[in-house]
Design a protein around this ligand. Sequence first.
Ligand SMILES: O=C(O)C(=O)C[C@]1(C(=O)O)C=C[C@@H](O)C=C1
Length: 365
Amino acid sequence: MSDEEARLARLRERIDQIDDDLLRLISERAECARDVAEVKQEANPGEEVAFYRPEREARILSRVRERNPGPLADEEMARLFREVMSACLALEKPMTIAFLGPEGTFTQAAALKHFGHSVLSTPLAAIDDVFREVASGNAQYGVVPVENSTEGMINHTLDMFMGSALKICGEVQLRIHHHLLRRPDQDEAGITRIYSHQQSFAQCRKWLDSHWPAVERIKVSSNGEAARLASEEEGAAAIAGDMAASLYGLEPAHSNIEDRPDNTTRFLIIGTEAVPPSGQDKTSILVSTRNRPGALYELLEPFKREGIDLTRLETRPSPSATWAYVFYIDFVGHRDAPAVRAVLDEIEAQSQELKHLGSYPMGVL
Ligand SMILES: O=C(O)C(=O)C[C@]1(C(=O)O)C=C[C@@H](O)C=C1
């Protein structure tokens, strides 16, 4: 045996020992999670128990990031722990998550990033369907896109909250990388049309204009659908992400073709339960005010006074009157924090309607 072979054998022996430790520790952790489930059920006999605890998971993941000694990157370590927690939660109670489908969309990638791979995920055709599936109890949580850093808000998602009793229980941020995908047997010169979702076309507009100005661009309902079509039709390509590529056996002819390298989409987790504070939270509200001079200023002034950081302000037409508006506001802090509570009480007193959409752990990239 050469020196290198002997060294390799020793290192592999050490890796085997570490794997044995990991196996034992992960199993011990899973036993603990099962005991936690028992305690939760005993504390609420006969009742429907909330086994999933987003605020606890957020604390665990931020602790993992803080304590990570390297050499693995924080995101990588958090991803591993996310999967361990996902498996532990599945032992407590398997969860069903509805998402804006079909399979292979970025929304599915966001659902898996947030809940891990040990959940049952149900693809649905429209944002309304995701809301309905969660409201009816067929799914415990839903995942819908709400905002893209290049293309702005997805108004349909915001508008859904006006008529829904569902709460925002979390957010996920996903860096969006688009690829020009083709079948392995499709040569680039033979591509005559490109399928994609309109948002993805918009996020890759400059790249397409300079590289494929003459090729037809056909909008379809999702990136997943675009990839499916490209996998079936000769002469077709799709703009979509990694999940769609592997699902439909496509290869990237060109990778990361989004115009902005920081292209990011934010997704919301919707559910029926309010989430307790995690220590790093955000709150979303919908407010309608009387249409008079200074109304918006009065609405925002308490935030400034209390030093609360606004992260988003959107105006949407009110469904109840023409030329009346509803403000959708996101800010840092949890509803249970005294400063936030004071601001919300003040807004409630001066506005026509205040709807608290949820306080939830802040998402990390
Ligand atoms: O701490 C809990 O309440 C648990 O159920 C345990 C655990 C975990 O694996 O750490 C599992 C699921 C919950 O969503 C949060 C955390």
